[in-house]
Each structure stands twice: as C-alpha cells, then as structure tokens.
Design a protein around this ligand. Structure first.
Ligand code: AGP
Length: 630
C-alpha cells in the first residue's frame, strides 16, 4: 500500500504535502514525489520532483529543485509493480498530466500492449504510468475536462486504485477517485485536501469525507464535487461501461489524536494489522486468481513452464512465523501439486551439508526479505544448483534479489514486530504457488483447482466474520491467561492446524512473555501429556477437517487430566465445543483453507493477553522486526 496526498487552496503546498506524506510513511517508504502547479509566472508550470528512499531524500531533492504553487499531489511508495527506483517513483508525468496511485491495475499488461501499439513510450515498469497515458489519451481525444478524461480512463481499467491527478491545463483542480483502495477528502476553509488516510489531514481539518468505491471527485479551493461511476458491466465500478450520477457525501468530524489516527483508531499497529488481513489477502490475490481458467496467473513469478515441470522436489526454507507458513505450504505442495516437499529452518539448512541441486526448487519465505539466515540459505542453495523462488513482502529486498524468481505478498508495510497479516498473505502466496505448480505439471485437475480458487477468494469474507469475535476472544484471554497468571501454555493441532498451533504459541510468547509450546497433537502421548494439570491452558486447534475425530479424543485426554481447554472450533460445533472450557469460533471453510481463519483467534488471544498484561505489544522486549544478524 502507498500513501497519497493532494491539496487545492491558497497555501504554497510543497511542505504541506511532504508533511502529509510523513504522516503516511507507515504505508510505504521506498520512494516519494510531488507534482505542483505553479501559475505565478502567468503560464502554468507543472513541476515534478521525485526521489528514491525515505522522505528525507525527497526533502533533499526539493531543496535542490524547490516547487511553488498552491495546487498539488504527492506520493510515498510501497512497491508492488517495479522495483524501488526514481523511474518507478510517483508522480508519473505524461504530457500535461501527473498521476499518483495506490492499488493494483489488474489489466495493466494488456493496456500497456495496446498503448505501445499506438506508439506510446513508457519510462517506468509501473501500472500507474498506464493510467497517466490513458488520461492523456482522453484529453488528446477531446475530453471536455480533466474530470471527464479521468472518468474515461478509469472506465478502461480493472482492479484497485486510489488516484489523484493534476493537469497543467486546469491549474485550479485536482481530480481524485477511489476503487478498493482507501481515499479520504478533507474539507477546509477555502482549501480542500485528499489523502490515503486521516493522519495526513488532521493538522489542517477534522472534517473528513470517507469516499466509497466508484467515487470520482473534482477538488477545488471552494469545495468538492463528487460523482459515482455505476458499472453497467460486471458490477465493478471500473468496468468498461459506466453510468455517472452526482452524489452528496457529508463530512464526518474526526476526534482522533494524530497517534490514534496513524493506527486508524486501533490501540496498537498489531491490532490494526490483525484486522487488515482480509484486505491484505484480497490485495495478494488480486490479478493472480484466474477463475475463468481455474488457474493462477504466474506471469510475474518468473519461472517458466519447463522449469515448473522439471522440478523433482521442493524445499521450503524460512525463520520464525514465516517458517510456520512454510509447513502449511509443504502440505499444499504435496497434496495439491503432488511434488515431494520438505521444510527446513534457514538457520539449520545454511550450515548443514545439505543435498541440494538441480531438480530442486527452494522456496524462501520472508516478510522483510532481509533475514540473514534465510538469505544465507538462499545463497547456499543457489551455489549448489537449486532453483530459488522467493516469497516476500518487500519488493526489491535482498532475498528476492538473490533468488531466481519472486512472488510478492501485497500486505503493505507491517509495523508490529509480531507478524500477522504477512503470515496469512504468505499462506495465500504459498497456496497459489502450489496450484500454479500443480496446473503446470498437470498433477492438479482443473476442476479441483477451480474449486480451491473459488473457496480461496471467499476466504476474506470468512476472515471478516471471524474477526467479529474479537471481544469474545478478549474475554477468554483475560479469564484463561491473565487472571490465572498462566506461566505455561500448550497449543495443539494436526495436519494444517499443526503450523497454526506453532504460530499461536509463538505469538503468545513473543508479545505476552508467557511460555508457550506448539505441538503436533499426535505427539501428546510421547511426552507433553505429562505437563497437563489444572494450571495449564491448552489451546486446541480443531476445525471441521479430516483430523477432527482424533483431535476430539486428544481434548478428552486433556480434560481427563483437569487441563483447561480453549478450543478453536467451527461455528455450531457440538462435540469439542461441549467439553472445552472455552471455545473460539470460526466459520466453516474448505478444509484445505482452515489456516486462514483458525490463526485469527490465536493472534487476537495473544494480542489481548499482552495488552491486558501491559507489555509493549508493537515492540516486545528483545525483539526486532527484521533479524539481519545471525
Ligand atoms: C514473527 O512474529 C516474528 N516477527 C519473527 O519470527 C519473524 O517471522 C522472523 O524473524 C522471520 O522474519 P522474515 O519473515 O522477515 O524473514
């Protein structure tokens, strides 16, 4: 996700826009830029300044090339298409038009081909530059205004966008539009603002309009005109045929403090990021799930069909939470793609004289893309002749750069040290990789692939339903972990719930400092059952899947020894739900997809236990967000 700001008014706006971007740096910070209209000399000049790196670099660039003017747009980038570079930084300038954008245009490749065939030249790898060309094209074809040109251009795109546009020929106007990416309008006295999020506006106004998908706005110093693009095509506001109707949207009075606003009113970044997961999954799936073909669009992965068919074994390597994601990935790659797969801790693989080489695909999973052990394991694997696919959240980070291919999660920056939204988006990427491999190798029937993909695109809805249980989970955390001053906790799971048990234990220990262990439930009799007594909470991950009967007997074994059971069960479960002390309820999902919902109550359980205990939830003691040392 990126940060967008826009201003129309009486103030010279360069520093105002940069300050707005600074409040949005948590949304992305690998490059930034401004475009400002200056009418001072009589002839309107459209000035653009961009810089790679954090906002301090843009400050430096503006000192060298100051921009003046009272109408402008700004952007701080979190790369999704095209590595961090000045050429890929926003605003993108085409003719008299400058554009900033947050989102993913799914049909960017076909539009780029169409525009190239018309003789248009591109200077970046981004999907945003295509929008700038489309708007410029509409103007060259006689669009009556910038608003009309943007409306016509957006009728050609599919996907997600929050966009802001200025044009040298209309120096008193900024046009903004929203579809599936956040955008708000700030209403001031003789000035109007727009931004990706409220924090960028609070220094100037607390009267904020939250735009809705399909909204298209013309901002002037005197106020905002809003119209809504109604799809006549497939129901998305940006399908080819659109009707336009004017709409009135009343500003809301925002009473958050700036600190609260940065967390969108949540108490901690971790809680905000837990609740962001359904959207993060939607963004990670966007443009990749091809329901019509029952397939995954692997164009950006960078592996050929021949390479996919030549793979004899997959070795998944990672650390920490990412390691837990790879365990689920291993299960999917074997059960869906029918390729032998194994899981390795990066800190072990890099030092073990492992047998790796031609025919092996190493999948390295890393949120930061900078974890030292994982990077070293990748380098060792390539040295031995294996093919390496990186799954990472940071475009252009070290691990994807050291790999043969990359598939990015689109979770946006994860600020909380404890990984949440990056974990579930890693699951989505791994499942898509398994389906893509299975279809390339013809080991996955198209009908089964389609069934899995249909269920996968429904997962965000099931996740939203699960997150509605947050208050109930908070009560269980207080009752079972905080009030009892629990010192030890056991998490049990089988199959795809085994990595979820491991992840739940890691979350609890890393933010609440309660010792916790995740265990394969089938291992209970081989030792852990000796630990069980009335003081120990046992969290059992027991969704409606093929392991249910066995895990139910594990629960009875625990209850027979006075263990206190907290069970994650499907809504309506009457067996385990009736013998556990507490239940954390999830909706039914396809049994290959249970990790997406069963991990959520465990993230919340740990969050509330830590919050009630008063630990530093976003920055727990001794931990760093990225472990770049060994
Ligand atoms: C998880 O909550 C921790 N932040 C930690 O285990 C993390 O997953 C691990 O350090 C790996 O980081 P990476 O995904 O950036 O490689």
């Amino acid at each position: 996700m990126c940060g967008i700001v826009a201003y129309v008014g009486q103030q010279s706006c360069a520093s105002l826009l940069v300050e707005g971007l600074r409040k949005l740096e948590y949304r992305g910070y690998d490059s930034a830029g401004l475009a400002i209209l200056d009418k001072a000399s009589g002839e309107t000049v459209l000035g653009v300044v961009r810089a790679v790196g954090k906002l301090a670099k843009l400050d430096e660039a503006l000192r060298e090339k100051p921009l003046s003017g009272t109408v402008g747009i700004g952007h701080t980038r979190w790369a999704t298409h095209g590595r961090p570079s000045e050429a890929n930084a926003h605003p993108h300038l085409v003719g008299d038009v400058a554009v900033v954008h947050n989102g993913i245009l799914e049909n960017h490749l076909e539009l780029r081909a169409e525009l190239t065939a018309m003789g248009r030249k591109f200077s970046s790898e981004t999907d945003t530059e295509i929008a700038a060309h489309l708007i410029d094209l509409e103007l060259s074809r006689g669009a009556s205004s910038l608003l009309a040109a943007v409306r016509g251009a957006l009728g050609r795109v599919r996907g997600a966008y929050a966009i802001a546009v200025v044009c040298r020929k209309e120096p008193d106007v900024v046009v903004v539009a929203k579809s599936f990416s956040p955008l708000v309008v700030g209403v001031g006295e003789g000035e109007t603002f727009a931004a990706s999020d409220v924090p960028a506006l609070l220094a100037h106004t607390r009267d904020v309009i939250f735009l809705e998908d399909g909204d298209l706005c013309e901002l002037r110093a005197t106020g905002v005109k809003i119209e809504r693009m109604i799809a006549l095509g497939d129901g998305s506001p940006t399908s080819a045929a659109t009707r336009v109707v004017p709409v009135e949207r009343k500003p809301r009075r925002i009473d958050w403090s700036p600190a609260q606003a940065e967390k969108q009113g949540y108490k901690h970044f971790m809680l905000k990021e837990i609740h962001e997961q359904p959207t993060a999954i939607e963004n990670t799936l966007r443009g990749r799930v091809l329901l019509e073909e029952g397939d995954v669009n692997g164009a950006e992965i960078g592996l050929t069909e021949a390479q996919a068919r030549a793979i004899k074994r997959v070795v998944l390597v990672a650390c920490g939470t990412s390691h837990h994601a790879t365990i689920a990935g291993r299960n999917w790659i074997e059960s869906i793609a029918r390729v032998p797969a194994s899981v390795e801790l990066a800190s072990e693989l890099r030092y073990r004289d492992a047998i790796l080489g031609e025919g092996d695909l190493v999948i390295a999973v890393s949120q930061s893309g900078e974890t030292a052990d994982t990077l070293a394991a990748v380098r060792e694997a390539r040295r031995r002749g294996a093919l390496v696919l990186a799954i990472a959240n940071v475009v252009g980070s070290a691990i994807p750069r050291a790999s043969d291919a990359a598939l990015y999660t689109h979770a946006g920056p994860e600020i909380g040290v404890a990984s949440t939204k990056c974990f579930t988006t890693q699951l989505a990427a791994l499942l898509m990789a398994a389906i893509w491999l299975g279809r390339r190798r013809e080991t996955l029937e198209p009908a089964r692939a389609l069934e899995l993909l249909k269920r996968l695109v429904e997962v965000p809805t099931a996740m939203r339903e699960t997150l509605e249980q947050a208050d109930a989970v908070a009560k269980v955390a207080r009752r079972q972990i905080v009030s009892t001053d629990a010192r030890d906790c056991l998490f049990l799971g089988r199959g795809l719930s085994y990595p979820i048990a491991l992840e739940g234990a890691l979350k609890l220990k890393e933010i609440s400092y309660v010792h916790a262990e995740g265990y394969a439930a089938g291992e209970m009799k081989h030792g852990p059952i000796a630990l069980i007594d009335a003081q120990m909470p046992i969290v059992v991950v027991a969704p409606d899947d093929s392991h249910y009967e066995k895990i139910a007997s594990n629960v009875q074994e625990v209850r027979a020894r006075d263990g206190r059971v907290i069970a994650v069960v499907r809504k309506g479960d009457s067996l385990i739900g009736s013998i556990a002390q507490d239940v954390l309820v999830v909706p039914f999902v396809h049994q290959e997809l249970t990790p997406f919902v069963t991990v959520l109550p465990l993230q919340l359980l740990s969050y509330y236990a830590a919050d009630f205990k008063g630990t530093d939830v976003d920055q727990p003691r001794n931990l760093a967000k990225t472990v770049t040392v060994e």
